[in-house]
Write a protein that binds this ligand. Structure first.
Ligand SMILES: [Mg+2]
Length: 262
């Protein structure tokens, strides 16, 4: 049984965009996404970036395709706005998301305090604040991030809804019910596209929730993805590309378009 692709959910940095090699964008990948869009496929970028940082990325890299939807900060869902703004919240998801996070962070204050204490005393990581609220942190290395994550795993046992999204040396605190997979599921629900018709691609820890087969039946990753991502994609019967970044996304799309998406 081959499935038709109707919705794309693709990570930005490290997946569509290479930050470490040239070309930054794979031309054939961009062209294929544009062709699919013209054929009615909906294209969403599912990223850890905020709306503003994604927009500046799209501008900086002269991104040649306009996404139909953007899923930002690993949890929010936006559609194009018609009031002069570029994007507007799609449905009430973002509102619920903000409320759940406000509640969580107030009930998890002691855990956050423990994490801050550990990070400050035992690591060189930098805490990241957003309008005076602690949003996450930036480690000095993957090894340092491993130690921090181990500490958080212990601390969050008291409050299992307190979780985090890890992406390279960056980490963002979050509510366990919100992640890229949940945002994608909400978008799919809003536009009524079933799991069977969804392609998703990503390269890092924070992408696993959309690549484990639960939300998208066609998960994929480029060759530069970390081992944990490759394992999740394989486990879900997805496609691990031989090529890196956008070239790998192109390869994976071709794989599923050619009817290998059994
Ligand atoms: Mg990435």
């Amino acid at each position: 049984m081959s499935s038709e692709i109707r919705l794309l959910s693709i990570d930005f940095d490290g997946t569509l965009v290479s930050r470490v090699s040239e070309p930054v964008l794979d031309e054939r990948c961009m062209q294929l996404i544009r062709d699919l869009q013209e054929g009615g496929v909906l294209f969403s970028i599912n990223t850890g970036r905020s709306v503003d940082l994604l927009e500046s990325g799209l501008t900086d890299f002269e991104f040649p395709v306009r996404p139909d939807f953007i899923l930002t900060t690993e949890r929010e869902v936006f559609r194009p706005a018609n009031n002069g703004e570029k994007w507007e919240p799609f449905g009430d998801w973002n509102e619920r998301c903000a409320r759940d996070h406000a509640e969580l962070f107030s009930s998890a204050q002691s855990i956050l305090a423990e994490v801050v204490d550990f990070v400050t005393r035992k690591t060189k990581a930098q805490l990241i604040y957003h309008s005076q609220e602690l949003e996450g942190l930036r480690a000095e290395s993957d090894q340092e991030m491993d130690r921090i994550v181990e500490f958080i795993e212990g601390a969050r046992m008291k409050e299992p809804k307190f979780n985090y999204q890890r992406n390279t040396i960056y980490l963002r605190f979050c509510h366990a019910d919100y992640h890229k997979g949940a945002a994608l599921a909400e978008l799919a629900r809003l536009i009524d596209i079933p799991r069977e018709n969804i392609f998703a691609a990503g390269d890092h820890h924070n992408d696993i929730s959309m690549l484990n087969g639960q939300v998208a039946a066609m998960p994929a990753c480029p060759a530069n993805a970390i081992e944990e991502v490759k394992a999740a994609v394989r486990e879900a019967g997805g496609y691990v590309a031989k090529r890196e970044h956008g070239a790998g996304v192109h390869e994976a799309l071709k794989h599923f378009l050619n009817g290998s998406g059994d």
